[in-house]
Design a protein around this ligand. Structure first.
Ligand code: GLA
Length: 391
């Protein structure tokens, strides 16, 4: 569904639920990371793109003038979040409401007061699929509040406000990639983001002969955020031993010469990060030159490193990547890797556009045979970042 179609549908649903037209609407996309995984919180580089899957929010002033933001979800059986603005906003129940709560608290902290609202949320970003459904929800909330209050926040500040919501209200010590790309995505471009300086560079990705195929393994292992926090801590330990501010500053040779002083697991974590930062820069060059073979090989190398050194893959993601690799360039696959935090979710494959259907069918059949699970597939062009749709 295109964004205009989605907008029309959410507007209709708002009318059905609240009995009047929405006055404001906003959308923010999910993302797929092409390469640069677990590098953002190490001050490294990432290369994501926004996808044509969105969290859309529609709103009007609350019907009864209460100082409460009521957020309903279009999905059946989801408990609405009632956010009372008469006191400082704090984490609460239902849990999913903590994403909008955290963003609203960020606005309050800046002295911006949206007032009571009736809000409807509809998201087409698969939940728990490693495609940043939570960042899309945070950024959609922030964009909606910008529309409501008429106060625009600088894009970098806005991404950081949303990241803070995730840290403080959802308890996930994430990096800055997801919120940045959801705010700053550009149609037909990947975003090369330097997570240290926060400088961004748009990398054109508009060769119609290739496509990014997203494969959802439809598994999510509950190792999730605990393991994420552990990886972050291990990276910090490695940086400390190497005497650098972050692994961004560590040279591969320095890591090798310090190997005997470093715990074996911590050593492998650092090896992943240092290698991945380098691969990301090479991949950006490869994309600029339409050198798809090189980019594909870097994606495979990234996956191997995430599987063996960083240990954030799982057997389902490995199965997808192995099947894709077996199809190979002859069959139209240049490269494939897990994307996002890991432990389930999605893989991303760089493929020849004309072969998307055959490749998807082959992966679906072999994956089902190996795991008993149905994978789901979609292709997305690089999409634009968050927008105000109405108001
Ligand atoms: C999650 C986090 C990001 C990033 C990725 C791994 O998506 O939210 O900040 O660390 O994992 O690259």
């Amino acid at each position: 569904m295109t964004l205009p179609e989605l907008t029309a549908r959410v507007s209709q649903q708002f009318i059905k639920i609240y009995g009047r037209h929405p006055r404001w609407m906003a959308a923010a996309p999910g993302r797929v990371n092409v390469i640069g995984e677990h590098t953002d919180y190490n001050d490294g580089f990432v290369l994501p793109m926004a996808i044509e899957r969105y969290a859309v929010m529609a709103a009007d002033k609350s019907a009864d003038d209460r100082n409460v933001i009521q957020v309903r979800d279009t999905a059946d059986g989801v408990e609405p979040a009632m956010i009372d603005l008469s006191a400082p906003v704090e984490p609460g129940m239902p849990k999913w409401g903590n994403y909008p709560r955290g963003v609203i608290a960020g606005f309050q902290a800046r002295g911006i007061k949206p007032g009571g609202l009736d809000v409807l949320l509809h998201s087409t970003v698969p939940l728990g699929g490693g495609l940043s459904s939570s960042a899309a929800l945070e950024v959609a909330t922030a964009t909606l509040l910008e529309a409501v209050t008429g106060k625009t926040i600088d894009p970098v500040e806005k991404a950081l406000l949303c990241q803070r919501a995730e840290h403080e209200f959802a308890g996930v010590p994430c990096g800055i990639m997801d919120q940045f790309i959801s705010v700053m995505g550009r149609e037909n471009h990947l975003l090369l983001l330097d997570c240290r300086s926060r400088q961004t560079e748009l990398v054109p990705m508009n060769d119609p002969s290739v496509a990014l195929l997203i494969v959802n393994t439809n598994v999510k292992h509950e190792l999730g955020s605990g393991e994420y926090a552990k990886r972050r801590a291990q990276c910090e330990t490695a940086a400390k031993i190497l005497g650098v501010a972050s692994l961004r500053d560590a040279e591969p040779e320095a890591l090798e010469s310090a190997r005997s002083k470093i715990d074996e697991v911590v050593y492998r974590r650092a090896r992943h990060v240092i290698g991945e930062i380098e691969r990301t820069l090479y991949a950006a060059e490869g994309i600029r030159a339409s050198n798809w073979l090189t980019v594909g090989n870097l994606m495979y190398a990234s996956h191997d490193s995430l599987r063996d050194d960083y240990e954030v893959s799982c057997k389902e993601l490995d199965a997808v990547v192995e099947i894709a690799e077996a199809i190979g360039v002859k069959g139209g696959v240049f490269g494939c890797r897990m994307t996002g935090g890991g432990f389930g979710g999605c893989a991303v494959a760089l493929v020849r556009t004309g072969d998307v259907k055959v490749i998807s069918e082959k992966i679906a059949a072999d994956y089902k045979r190996q795991t008993g699970i149905e994978a789901t597939f979609f292709v997305s062009r690089p999409a634009a970042g968050a927008t105000i749709l109405k108001g």
